[in-house]
Design a binder for this molecule. Structure first.
Ligand code: C2O
Length: 557
């Protein structure tokens, strides 16, 4: 071999070797076990992973292969969803029960295997069956590849902040109440910060979480809203945040003293312990700008400066009112993709599938229910009915009779979605309907809220993809004028959007991931009522454009 060839090989090896060595296989074992927490004053043991609440954190680096063996030692069926992980071609590991897999039964186990390709940041994992995610959830931290810095000043420390809500009774019982009465289920009894509610009425053992900080140091908070049904405001008294990432996508940094975060969303924010050493309240409270009942409890934690001094008393923080819509708007409107050379915003400019999804809550007749009707929800007047075998298997093995491919891409009978409406406009039909998409086609979905029963904001999550939020507005979407105002340059990229109350939000994505992908409201109560649908993305023709074969241990129904 000539010396120049040898030199070239050496150079190539120097470039490739670190990349090859760097990707690791990370093996985790999660065991579902029952556990009772006195700090929560729960009436009985709850379902947890490894006896922890919140559950264990999953760490990986961008590009790593992650395997999680889930062992089910609880008397409930379980599945786990890795919320925001793209699951490129690995839909079998996505997790929603009866969508991509049959549940893991008591005593059984299943290994989820996926790759953290092209992603870095904070995500969450959670149970994806009935209401188990109330207590079965935790953080996913994907660090950048070795040697790749954050596109913002390196923090001194990183902390995970998981926000949640809990019920004294078990969450499944809360859901079953709707089944029987047709009425909305009870709101939660408290909110929690890293599993601690802070002081709670009628629970003397309840305490608050403490975040210890060193004066002058900067912290990266990885904030996760793992609550079932409530959008939240998050604040630390006297301190400002710099938001740098949402849903594991970098954003142009901006400053704020209030973070607005809906269930399923994550926010990375820097804050510096730059105040007089002391104790400062960290607090969360719910956002709800309409008449729907909420859990009004504020959960508190403490940011405590590490010093030898005795501390000044806790400084209280003022949270926005529950109906502070402007605070949510200013947060959402500040979000922009970083859109740098290294992290470009690849917004689809030409659209193959232009869809309008009208989402909302309505009511159906129900003779056995308390008011003669049952609260239901749907998209384009379809309430999604869960199948009793997993859709992905049905698709892969060509089983007929499990789903139909006629989900309406637009409302069948258009009406004034945000006007006052007769209930007949939300007479829903039931069905397990999917919307087919060709591999690599581009999609625009305008998610339009309706006001049939009450206008309400909805956090909508799409599995299997990130999307760009290109526009939002109030009232009915105007297909002629609104697209002219779309941001196609640096719109925020994420996996969970917010439909504003009595308004709409438009997203765009490329259907580059074959499989069946759930789209649903991340308020679990609305998902239960049927506010969900499924995209079926066909295989492509190229070598790496098909779903991989199912794993051997995939549960059966
Ligand atoms: Cu985080 Cu389908 O959910």
């Amino acid at each position: 071999m000539g010396s120049w060839v040898r030199a070239a090989v050496m150079v190539l090896a120097m470039i490739l070797l670190p990349v090859m060595v760097e990707s690791k296989v990370r093996n985790y074992k999660f065991t579902a076990v029952m556990k009772n927490f006195t700090r929560l004053c729960a009436s009985k043991a709850m379902v947890t992973i490894d006896g922890k609440f919140p559950g264990p954190t999953l760490y990986a680096r961008e590009g790593d292969q992650v395997n999680v063996r889930l062992v089910n030692n609880v008397p409930y069926n379980i599945t786990i969803h890795w919320h925001g992980i793209r699951q490129l071609r690995t839909g079998w590991s996505d997790g929603p029960a009866y969508i991509t897999q049959c549940p893991i039964q008591p005593g059984a186990n299943y290994t989820y295997s996926f790759n953290a390709t092209g992603q870095r940041g904070t995500l969450l994992w959670h149970a994806h069956i009935t209401w188990l995610r109330a207590t079965v959830h935790g953080a996913i931290v994907i660090l950048p590849k070795k040697g790749v810095p954050y596109p913002f000043p390196k923090p001194d420390h990183e902390k995970i902040i998981v926000l949640s809500e809990w019920w004294r009774s078990d969450a499944d019982a809360v859901m079953n109440q709707w089944m029987q009465t047709g009425l909305p289920p009870n709101v939660s009894d408290a909110h929690t910060i890293n599993g601690y509610p802070g002081p709670v009425p009628n629970c003397s053992t309840s305490t608050g979480y403490t975040l210890h900080v060193e004066p002058g140091k900067t912290y990266l908070l990885r904030i996760i809203n793992a609550a079932l049904n409530e959008e939240l405001f998050f604040k630390i008294a006297k301190h400002q945040f710099t938001v740098v990432e949402v849903d594991a996508c970098y954003v142009k940094p901006f400053k704020t003293d209030t973070i607005y975060i809906a269930p399923g969303q994550t926010t990375n924010a820097l804050f510096t312990a730059d105040q007089t050493p002391g104790k400062y309240v960290m607090a969360i409270s719910p956002f709800m700008d309409t008449i729907v009942a909420i859990d009004n409890q504020t959960a508190t934690a403490t940011v405590r400066y590490k010093t030898t001094e005795t501390f000044t008393p806790t400084t209280l923080t003022t949270l926005p009112a529950a109906n502070a819509t402007p605070a949510t708007n200013s947060f959402i409107e500040s979000l922009r993709s970083l859109n740098s050379a290294k992290y470009p915003a690849l917004v689809p400019l030409k659209i193959d599938n232009s869809l309008l999804f009208v989402a909302g809550v309505g009511a159906n007749n129900c003779s056995t229910c308390v008011n003669g009707s049952r609260v239901v929800a749907g998209i384009n007047n379809v309430t999604f009915v869960m199948p009793d075998t997993a859709l992905l298997q049905a698709h892969y093995y060509n089983l007929s009779g499990v789903y139909t491919t006629d989900f309406p891409g637009n409302p069948v009978t258009p009406y004034n979605y945000t006007g006052s409406n007769p209930l007949t406009n939300l007479q829903v039909t039931n069905g397990t309907k999917v919307y087919p998409l060709e591999f690599n086609s581009t999609v625009q979905v305008v998610m339009q809220g309706n006001s049939v029963i009450a206008p309400e904001s909805h956090p909508i999550h799409l599995h299997g993809f990130n999307f760009f939020v290109v526009g939002k507005g109030l009232g009915n979407f105007d297909p002629v004028n609104d697209p002219k105002k779309f941001n196609l340059v640096d719109p925020v990229e994420r996996n969970t959007l917010n439909i504003p109350t009595a308004g709409w939000t438009a997203i765009r994505f490329r259907a580059d991931n074959p499989g069946v992908w759930f789209l649903h409201c991340h308020l679990e109560v609305h998902t239960t009522w049927g506010l969900k649908m499924v995209f079926l993305v066909e295989n492509g023709k190229g070598p790496n454009e098909s779903i991989i074969p199912p794993p051997k241990d995939l549960p059966t129904c």
